[in-house]
Every structure is written in C-alpha cells, then in structure tokens.
Design a protein around this ligand. Structure first.
Ligand code: 6PG
Length: 253
C-alpha cells in the first residue's frame, strides 16, 4: 500500500547528510518508495537505473527487507543499470551480480523485469545492444528513454557511472550508452552517457565515506577544479537531483 495523498514535489536540487551508511540506506529506500508511489499514479511501470559499486548494497538490502519488501509494487518495476564492468554476469565485479544477490533474488524479481548490460560481450556491440533495449522499453515515451529514477555513485576521482575523468564517453552527446575505455584500470566499461542520465525524472547520488569528501566538496561547493569532475555534469534537464551523503562524505557542507 502507498500513501494516498500526493506529497509535495521534490526540490529540483537538494543535499541531505545522514548519520552513517545505515541511515543513508534508509533515506534512499524512502526516496525509492516515494518515487515509485508518485510515478505509479500516472504510469503503469516504474523504470529505475541502478548504480554499481559497493555503496548501493546497503540500499538494496534495505529495500529487500520490511517494510519495503511488502509495501512497494515490485511487479510494476523494471530494473536497468547505469553502467557495467566488462565481465560476465556471474563475475565478482559484475554490477548485475551484486544487484542480483542483494535485490533481485531476495525479492524474487522476474528475470524479464531486469535489463542488464551484457558485460561479457564485445563492448561496442553490447553498448549498441543496450541502446536498442532502451529504445524498445521506452518505445511509448515521446521524449525517448527517460528513467523515473537513477541511482548514481561517486568515485574518489569524481567519476560517476563509468564516466571517468579524461575518458571519451564524457564528450558523447548523441548516443545514450557507449563502451568507454578507462586507462587507469586498463579496462573497458559500458556506461550511460550524460544525455541519458540527465533525461531522468530524478537522479539520486549515494556517497559515503571519507574518500568521497573531497569530490563532494569540489562539486557541491564549486571548489577549484570542480568542472573536471564528471559527476558535476549530472544535472537533470527536466528533473530533480538529490545528493544523499553520510557524515564522512558530507562533513564539510
Ligand atoms: C561502478 C559504479 C561507480 C561507482 C563508484 C562508487 O560500476 O563502479 O557505477 O560509478 O558508483 O565507483 O563506488 P563505491 O560505491 O564502491 O564507492
């Protein structure tokens, strides 16, 4: 069941600092719950792009537990990914595997409600394939693929999704998904581009830990060098942006 009364529309830009990872996960779960309730008033299906990395684990585990496990209309949610490492889906570094273990399996999400990026395939071909998947899943959307909600993480270097400083994907203005070579890791990644991420109705960053403090300060306080950080260019064109930080990452705000 969801709250019947519509909530006030979320602010276009907001930063919340929470006391610790658990409360950050709870706040993110509440945001997810609200976003689903609001969207399903107008649309049949809610489409979310999940973030990779380790921070979202706590959110996924929170969503898979009460009250969210029973309160959210999971059958009306379709799951996508903001990025993926170019590894097989059962690889320990796979973002899909992390989500499967912490969210899809515990909630028994049907596999045809999950759209993973095929990290095991040739990177450019996998990126093009995912773009086709998005085109198909959002075929009825007049404005093209537009996620109801996108979760993003933040790297110590200011990257988000797999948009790393100095990489080619940062300049992509046409395609929605690309293969992006990351020299610092000597590996390929699959990533959403700014065009796709900034089309979202709502983007929520999750950042926790001391190592995120510097990029958070640079981006949110516009400190020198902030323009070089890829996460700084996440600004939904016609949507809202929320930064959820723990006390270590948000200490100086
Ligand atoms: C990935 C993510 C990446 C991640 C950040 C933060 O595939 O690694 O998409 O952008 O969100 O690197 O990762 P942590 O949550 O592990 O700090």
């Amino acid at each position: 069941m969801t709250s019947a009364l519509p909530r006030a529309a979320p602010a276009r830009f907001e930063v919340r600092v929470l006391p610790g990872l658990e409360s950050l996960a709870e706040e993110a779960a509440r945001e997810f719950d609200h976003a689903v309730s609001d969207a399903l008033r107008d649309r049949v299906v809610f489409r979310v792009a999940l973030s990779g990395g380790s921070t979202p684990r706590a959110l996924h585990e929170r969503l898979a537990a009460k009250p969210y496990r029973t309160r959210i209309a999971w059958d009306r949610i379709r799951f996508f990914f903001g990025d993926e490492r170019c590894v097989p889906p059962d690889h320990e570094r796979s973002n899909f595997r992390m989500a499967r273990e912490t969210l899809f399996d515990p909630l028994r999400i049907p596999s045809d409600h999950v759209f993973r990026m095929r990290g095991e395939a040739d990177p450019p071909a996998a990126a093009a394939e995912y773009a086709r998947t998005l085109a198909s899943e959002f075929a009825r959307s007049r404005s093209g693929p537009r996620f109801d909600l996108v979760f993003l993480g933040l790297g110590p270097d200011g990257h988000t999704a797999s948009l790393f400083p100095g990489t080619k994907a940062l300049g992509e203005r046409v395609r929605l998904v690309v293969a992006n070579y990351v020299p610092k890791f000597r590996e390929w990644r699959l990533t959403s581009t700014y065009r796709l991420l900034n089309a979202a109705r709502r983007v929520v960053f999750l950042a926790a830990g001391e190592e995120k403090r510097e990029p958070v300060n640079k981006i949110l306080k516009r400190e020198p060098g902030w323009r070089k950080l890829p996460a700084a260019d996440i600004r939904p064109r016609d949507g809202t942006l929320l930064w959820l930080l723990d006390e270590e990452a948000g200490r100086d705000l």
